[in-house]
Design a protein around this ligand. Structure first.
Ligand code: NAD
Ligand code: WQD
Length: 346
């Protein structure tokens, strides 16, 4: 065993895939999740894939005493990967206080507890949303591109959390941090035992696309085909969730094995390839042979026209690279949608 890692939000989409990779790498995982956007069955899925059942505590990270209780119950936690957060952009506009409280207090509680329990580092889930729409000179986006004013309370919580981490590390806190800025995570584990479980009508492209393809939704709306891009639809950097999960294992190794002297580092996690909405639909249809009913509608307010990562720093310094193809990734998303139907979930 390599050491004990606390994974907050470990029953969620990225957290569950990361738990699998951590266990495969020999780490012992303790999951803390309040199940506000996930289901305890996910723990079964993780066990099916890895043969190991991670410890699971249904605890809310904003509850300081309960969170402290987890550190007492599982002595020797060496590192934290902090996924727990509310993440629906649109909801955050209507419920800003929920987002500020959940996403900020959770982080404050962890940072306050870390020195007492001698936790050596924290890996934080940030987002390319901090870059807003980069001007053309900053595309593809490196870690030094300017941070732009957030377009939503959700985006702002990520910026504030990054600042809280920065100031805490600069104050001389006795731990390290790696901030990972994800581009657009999609797909599911190859086994289809775990994947993304959207709540209600999906806001994100791929869950909506697979639900339209299977007939749960009438058709996918493509938000705009009049952007200044080759086919007129928006461009994103879609990153396979298992590739993304592996970057967390490398990050925690980097902190715990002292592979860097830096106390705080930032990495963009993307493939380096920009794919348009229409391009993604095409890749899905070609790979799976399944048609996606879709129509072009007007632009979605607040959408960024185009963004994709320059992953060179993550490739060279972190030693991580996205390897899964877009074809295998959309196929995994489809297999997961089929599995949800088989299970009678949706
Ligand atoms: P998710 O909703 O599937 O997972 C988050 C998990 O955290 C859920 O299981 C939820 O129940 C739990 N949670 C929320 N608040 C909690 C709290 N106070 N205490 C305990 N558990 C709590 O989301 P995800 O897509 O896996 O995202 C994980 C992280 O990555 C989030 O911080 C998110 O903001 C960030 N992120 C996600 C994306 C994306 O597109 N999915 C992109 C960039 C960044
Ligand atoms: C992708 C593309 C849409 C749905 C959001 C958050 C961001 C990050 C990831 C966490 C866009 C288009 C979508 C649909 C469509 N989350 N689209 N029809 O907007 O890049 O980012 O999720 O940090 O913060 O803002 O992702 O999946 O919503 O959209 O045409 O029904 O698909 O316009 O171009 P986005 P998305």
């Amino acid at each position: 065993m390599k050491g004990k890692i606390l994974v907050t939000g470990g029953a969620g989409y990225i957290g569950s895939h990361t738990t699998v990779e951590l266990q495969n790498a020999g780490y012992e995982v303790v999951i803390v999740d309040n199940l506000s956007n996930s289901n305890a069955d996910v723990i079964d899925g993780i066990q099916k894939i890895t043969g190991i059942r991670p410890a699971f505590e249904k605890v809310d990270c904003i509850d300081f005493a309960a969170l402290k209780g987890v550190f007492d119950k599982y002595p020797g936690i060496k590192g934290i990967i902090h996924f727990a957060a509310s993440k629906a952009v649109n909801e955050s506009v209507h419920k800003p206080l929920l987002y500020y409280r959940n996403n900020i207090v959770s982080l404050l509680n962890l940072l306050e507890l870390m020195p007492e329990y001698k936790v050596e580092g924290i890996v934080f889930s940030s987002s390319c949303t901090v870059y807003g729409q980069p001007s053309s000179e900053y595309l593809p986006v490196t870690e030094t591109a300017p941070i732009q004013p957030a377009l939503s309370p959700y985006g702002n919580t990520k910026q504030i959390d990054e600042e809280i981490i920065r100031d805490t590390i600069h104050s001389g806190a006795p731990f390290k941090s790696i901030v990972l800025r994800y581009f657009n995570p999609i797909g599911a584990h190859k086994t289809a035992e775990i994947g993304e479980l959207p709540n209600g009508v999906p806001q994100n492209l791929v869950p909506f696309l697979t639900q339209a393809a299977i007939g749960i939704r009438k058709e996918l709306s493509v938000f705009g085909d009049d952007y200044n891009t080759p086919d007129g639809s928006c461009i994103r950097d879609y990153i396979n969730v298992v590739d993304l999960a592996k970057a967390h294992v490398i990050s925690i190794d980097r902190i715990l094995e002292n592979k860097t002297d830096a106390k705080l580092e930032y990495f963009n996690l993307g493939t380096g390839n920009g794919v348009s909405v229409l391009g993604l639909i095409h890749a899905f249809e070609k790979t799976t042979g399944v048609k996606v009913p879709h129509k072009i509608v007007g632009r979605r307010e607040g959408d960024i026209e185009q963004i994709w990562a320059n992953p060179r720093y993550a490739n060279e310094v972190l030693g991580w690279k996205a390897v899964e193809s877009i074809e295998d990734t959309v196929q995994s998303a489809w297999n997961w949608q089929l599995k949800l139907r088989e299970r009678g979930v949706m």
